[in-house]
Design a protein around this ligand. Structure first.
Ligand SMILES: [Zn+2]
Length: 48
């Protein structure tokens, strides 16, 4: 139920956070310490 609740919140747009790698620009769906694609540790996030 916890995960479903979080998904519903994202879909409803009440609160959404987007993580993105500053090096290659890949979008990450969850908080990460480093980019799984290029290995960069410069992760930025945006809150809507
Ligand atoms: Zn990257």
């Amino acid at each position: 139920m916890g995960l479903l609740s979080r998904l519903r919140t994202a879909i409803d747009g009440e609160s959404s956070t987007l993580w993105e790698c500053r090096n290659c620009g890949v979008t990450l769906s969850e908080e990460a310490e480093e980019c799984p694609r290029c290995g960069a540790d410069e992760i930025v996030y945006y809150e809507f």
